[in-house]
Ligand binder design. Structure first.
Ligand code: ASP
Length: 429
């Protein structure tokens, strides 16, 4: 009941915030300096930012503690290697499917044909890291700095190494594991505490977003917007349901019901990273994935798996090519599939990052990077939608891996939905 009413409250907060934001935009609140400063840039902006900051504050400690605990249970290198291989393989495959769907739909719908380019085209692309650098950067030279800078792949690697060492340390290892286990409980409790203020945080985020954005931005980008939204939905309902029912033998509808609050978080924050605490909580305690799997797959997924982002990049590439009347050959399309899949590995789960890596994809197929300026106007809303897909994809893979490793608790999955607060008693790390 509590969980249901919390989800409902978040939904109400979201809708009410969007409505108020649209009203603010409609009455041109930005013309009134005082109201703008007090409400949109003041109260609501502070509320939204504090909410996101409070989610982020949990990410590094939670990932480290939870993953070190989990890895200590899988101490032997072989299971860790098998788990890693399976997870990364599934992440890459799902992203590959996502971008292929996006290209197919975009080629059929032709969102960019006849597009009027007489708009501002002044997007300056930020530099994207090369794949070589991404690989080198996975190994931290100073784990404390990695934590303070929020470099997730480095934190993940360090936590796994510590976990494996704990598992190999006999009695001393047991003591450290007990200590980390207690910390895990404490941090999870913090997650639950913060979830209770989510409806207000989400409300504030929506007010500021819609007050600033309104609906004018859409105009002639409607076809692009709906093409992306359609493929996101297709992947979300089609690919994920198929994987869950065929590979996982899980009823997709039940899965979505349990993941619903997490999707709302992802949607409102537009950040897979900031959503990690909530995803981890739900994957373990609502889906029934054991900690040793979830603590590895969820943070890794939030860092490297971005199906929704790849979908946006696929449609955007075709859109820009058509808008500029440039023909991408079959090789071009294959390059887009490969580059967008790899690009998602090197990009962090924060708002707007998909547009930066889109530059990398465009460059690979020789399209003008300034084309990004054409779609910036509607990207914020698409970012929210695709983040929900990104995060759901992480949970799908997590569940499939857990099932295949015999680390899925049907009992928890069946019982989930009763309450957020008590469903994870006596499930240590
Ligand atoms: N905001 C997305 C995420 O955090 C990434 C992106 O596509 O910009 O997953």
């Amino acid at each position: 009941m509590k969980s249901k009413s919390l989800t409902l409250k978040i939904l109400v907060g979201m809708l009410a915030g969007s409505a108020l934001g649209v009203i603010f935009n409609w009455i041109n609140i930005d013309q009134d300096a005082l109201l703008q400063v007090l409400l949109v840039d003041g109260l609501f902006d502070i509320g939204g930012k504090v909410f996101i900051a409070s989610l982020k504050l949990l990410v590094v400690p939670l990932v480290f503690v939870s993953l070190a605990c989990g890895a200590s249970n899988l101490a032997d290198g072989a299971s860790m290697g098998r788990l890693g291989g399976k997870t990364v393989f599934l992440y890459l495959i799902t992203t590959g499917i996502a971008i292929t769907l996006a290209l197919l739909v975009a080629v059929i719908v032709e969102p960019g044909v006849g597009f009027n380019l007489a708009k501002e085209t002044t997007f300056i692309a930020r530099e994207t890291p090369s794949l070589k650098q991404v690989i080198i950067d996975i190994v931290p030279t100073n784990p404390i700095r990695s934590m303070s800078e929020g470099k997730m792949l480095q934190v993940i690697l360090f936590a796994i190494l510590v976990g494996i060492a704990i598992g190999k340390c006999g009695e001393a290892g047991q003591r450290v594991r007990g200590f980390l286990n207690d910390w895990n409980e404490v941090i999870m409790r913090l997650v639950l505490m913060l979830m209770n203020v989510a409806p207000y945080g989400v409300f504030c985020l929506m007010v500021t977003l819609f007050a600033k954005m309104g609906f004018e931005a859409f105009g002639n980008l409607l076809v692009y917007f709906f093409s992306v939204a359609f493929v996101l939905l297709l992947h979300f309902i089609g690919t994920f349901s198929m994987l869950l029912s065929i590979l996982g033998r899980i009823k997709p509808l039940h899965f979505y019901q349990r993941m619903y609050p997490v999707m709302l978080y992802a949607f409102s924050t537009a950040s897979s990273n900031a959503t990690i605490p909530v995803t981890l909580e739900a994957v373990e305690h609502r889906l029934g994935v054991k900690n040793e799997i979830a603590s590895f797959t969820v943070p890794l997924g939030a860092t490297i798996n971005m199906d929704g982002t790849a979908i946006m990049q696929g449609v955007a590439t075709v859109f820009i090519a058509q808008a500029y009347n440039i023909d991408i050959s079959l090789i071009g399309y294959l390059t887009v599939i490969a580059t967008a899949t790899l690009a998602s590995i090197g990009t962090a789960g924060v708002p707007g990052v998909g547009l930066i890596t889109l530059a990398l994809v465009l460059e690979q197929v020789g399209l003008p990077v300034e084309g990004i300026a054409l779609i910036i106007g509607v990207d914020r809303l698409l970012d929210m939608l695709r983040t929900a897909v990104n995060v759901t994809g992480d949970a799908v893979v997590s569940t499939l891996v857990a099932k295949s490793e015999g680390k899925f608790e049907q009992r928890v999955f069946d019982a989930a939905g009763e309450t957020y607060h008590d469903s994870h008693k006596d499930q240590g790390c």
